[in-house]
Write a protein that binds this ligand. Structure first.
Ligand code: UD1
Ligand code: UDP
Length: 364
């Protein structure tokens, strides 16, 4: 079987690393890796290929940044050309970015079976670009690998036939288990930043609804600056957020209060997450990693597609409407480490999502 994997953005490199490792040990499969170039700075892309030992892409499309239509359109055209040349049996896409949608559409239009890893997530907020990408990618796919029971229900509710949907668990949980020890032995980030375990809050912000809305951006960063007067706040800064802070003339003020660092590689990120007193984030992946490492989490969004963590009380959803609310939610949750019931330990599978996915791909 010839499988073309499409990746392009940071979280997809991490997800693809887990499945590619299994695919490469499976003689029946040849994987061809296509990088759309959606993320291109070395700390948004190369570092993951090196650290996670992902093979160099067979095709690098070099699409880069752009408006949604332009970026997705260029990817669609370039991926289509690769698919026509390679004639694969399968297109494998991950998550909910513009690279995911372009890959799924290109495959579906050429009648090549499409497999979607991390299918069925819904925030039910169609203003999120990711929500449109998820829905369209799922409805273009032939094999849908759902990470949670809720995601399975969402797909069935939308009329996707049950035989296309497979509950396999979350490949990011596989990654968390696989790389945790490696992070312990390889990452020097805590000493480099002079941080002590549980002596800081880790924050990440990059979602368009927060960075592109001036009031939201001010509320979040002013709230975080107030928190930093009580406990150190470390924030690896996504390039989108760096630009937004500069645009709003907030950058220099924020850098006085928060420890702003460049985006970090995955092993350093795992180390920062595991040792944080609390994580404040708008990232999908980081919310779950907080749970994997049993660190309290505040999600600075109106809603989340990872609803289980909010329902069980691990993740506190805080709409970033004003600085005081952001600060209050974070400080109130600092010690909120309610015991995790044994049943929910396997909310995201057992760490075998990648193996299960590949087994089903081959059977198909
Ligand atoms: C994208 C995904 C989002 C995902 C995130 C992971 C879409 C619609 N969004 O958001 O779902 O959570 O990746 O991080 O696909 N930039 C750089 N260097 C880079 C990459 C981007 O400077 O290597 C800057 C560019 O100015 C670009 C902006 O960041 O315009 C946003 O990048 P883009 O890939 O469009 O969206 P993300 O916010 O990264
Ligand atoms: N991540 C990382 N370095 C960083 C920030 C995030 O390695 O500086 C990892 C994080 O641990 C998680 C993934 O990137 O595994 C999440 O990506 P991101 O927040 O960009 O996207 P999302 O999950 O929201 O789509």
């Amino acid at each position: 079987m010839k499988c073309i994997t499409i990746v392009g953005a940071r979280p997809q490199f991490i997800k693809a690393a887990t499945i590619s490792r299994v695919l490469r040990c499976t003689p029946a499969v040849t994987e061809i890796l296509v990088h759309t170039g959606q993320h291109y700075d070395s700390y948004m892309s190369d570092v993951f290929f090196e650290e996670l030992e992902i093979p160099q892409p067979d095709y690098h499309l070099g699409i880069g940044s752009g408006t949604h239509g332009s970026q997705t359109g260029k990817m669609l055209e370039a991926i289509e050309a690769v698919l026509i040349q390679e004639q694969p049996n399968l297109v494998l896409v991950y998550g909910d970015t513009n690279s995911t949608l372009a890959g799924a559409l290109a495959g579906a239009k050429l009648h090549i079976p499409v497999a979607h890893v991390e299918a069925g997530l819904r925030s039910f907020n169609r203003k999120m670009p990711e929500e449109i990408n998820r829905i369209l990618s799922d409805h273009s796919s032939d094999l849908l690998f759902a990470p949670t029971e809720t995601s399975v229900k969402n797909l069935l509710h939308e009329g996707i036939p049950e035989n296309k949907v497979h509950l396999v668990g979350d490949v990011m949980y596989d990654a968390a288990l696989y790389y945790e020890n490696l992070a312990d032995t390889h990452s020097q980030i805590l000493s480099k930043l002079k941080l002590s375990p549980k002596g800081y809050i880790l924050a990440t912000i990059h979602r368009a609804e927060n960075t592109d809305d001036s009031a939201r951006l001010h509320a979040i960063f002013q709230g975080l600056m107030q928190v930093a007067q009580e406990i150190a706040v470390v924030l690896p800064l996504h390039p989108r957020t760096r630009q937004a802070l500069k645009r709003e003339n907030l950058f220099s003020k924020v850098s006085e209060f928060l420890l702003l660092i460049e985006p970090v590689g995955y092993l350093d990120m795992v180390m920062l997450e595991k040792n944080a007193r609390l994580i404040a984030t708008d990232s999908g992946g980081v919310q779950k990693e907080a749970f994997f490492y049993r660190v309290p989490c505040v999600t600075l969004r109106e809603e989340t597609e990872w609803v289980e963590l909010v329902e069980m009380g691990w993740n506190c959803l805080a709409i970033p409407s004003n600085p005081t609310w952001v600060k209050t939610c974070i400080l109130n949750c600092l010690d909120q480490t309610s015991g995790v019931h044994p049943e929910v330990s396997f909310l995201y599978g057992t760490g075998k999502a990648a193996q299960l996915t590949v087994t089903i791909l081959i059977q198909h």
